[in-house]
Design a protein around this ligand. Structure first.
Ligand SMILES: [Zn+2]
Length: 194
């Protein structure tokens, strides 16, 4: 496969062998929906275009840019829908410190501060039987963690901002939405851009 695309005043060539000069718009994120319109994955525009050329997916929303080959051109896809329903394996988001901080938007879940060093706090303290689990671990700043000590939020009088939960894949996909991806919002149950 060989694609050529224009970007502004420059022209970039990209070939299917993985070699390219310039990342370009073919690396732009594309949201892939199942036939049922349920989000399945985020992929590159290059892979989405290949799916479309093979009639395995159709465009739902496109970006402003256009992709050219020698003989055709098409709008750069932003959201595509699979032609056939695919069963998606239940891919769990892994429980790691990094993913907990990401879920909590790098914000202390007791005082709401961000831009401070964060620790992980066991909501029910560990040696009172609190497990290492999505619903028992939250981001907490050091002062809040110390103040809470060996108490539950209720005992310490420190209510959580949000009840912690295991992040869904939808939540994961939402993290890809930037200015370019506002058109994804309806498919990811997000409010329209204000
Ligand atoms: Zn705090």
């Amino acid at each position: 496969m060989k694609l050529i695309h224009d970007r502004g005043n420059g022209r970039t060539h990209k070939r299917g062998n993985g070699q390219s000069n310039g990342a370009g718009i073919l690396n732009r994120y594309v949201l892939v929906l199942n036939q049922s319109y349920e989000p399945v994955m985020v992929t590159s525009a290059k892979r989405a275009v290949i799916l479309m050329l093979l009639d395995k997916a159709e465009e739902v929303v496109h970006y402003e840019e256009v992709i050219h080959s020698v003989s055709w051109q098409m709008p750069l896809p932003s959201v595509v829908r699979l032609a056939r329903y695919v069963r998606t394996p239940n891919k769990d988001v892994v429980l790691t410190r990094k993913n907990i901080l990401k879920r909590d938007n790098h914000r202390c879940q007791y005082c709401g501060r961000s831009s401070v060093p964060l620790t992980l706090d066991h909501v029910i303290p560990r040696h009172r039987g609190g497990p290492d689990a999505w619903d028992n671990l939250v981001a907490a700043c050091h002062p809040c963690n110390v103040r809470k000590g060996n108490q539950t939020p209720h005992e310490a009088g420190m209510p959580l901002l949000l009840h912690p939960h295991k992040p869904s894949r939808i939540t994961y996909f939402q993290k890809f939405v930037r200015k370019h991806q506002d058109a994804w919002r309806p498919y990811l149950f997000m409010e329209p851009k204000a």
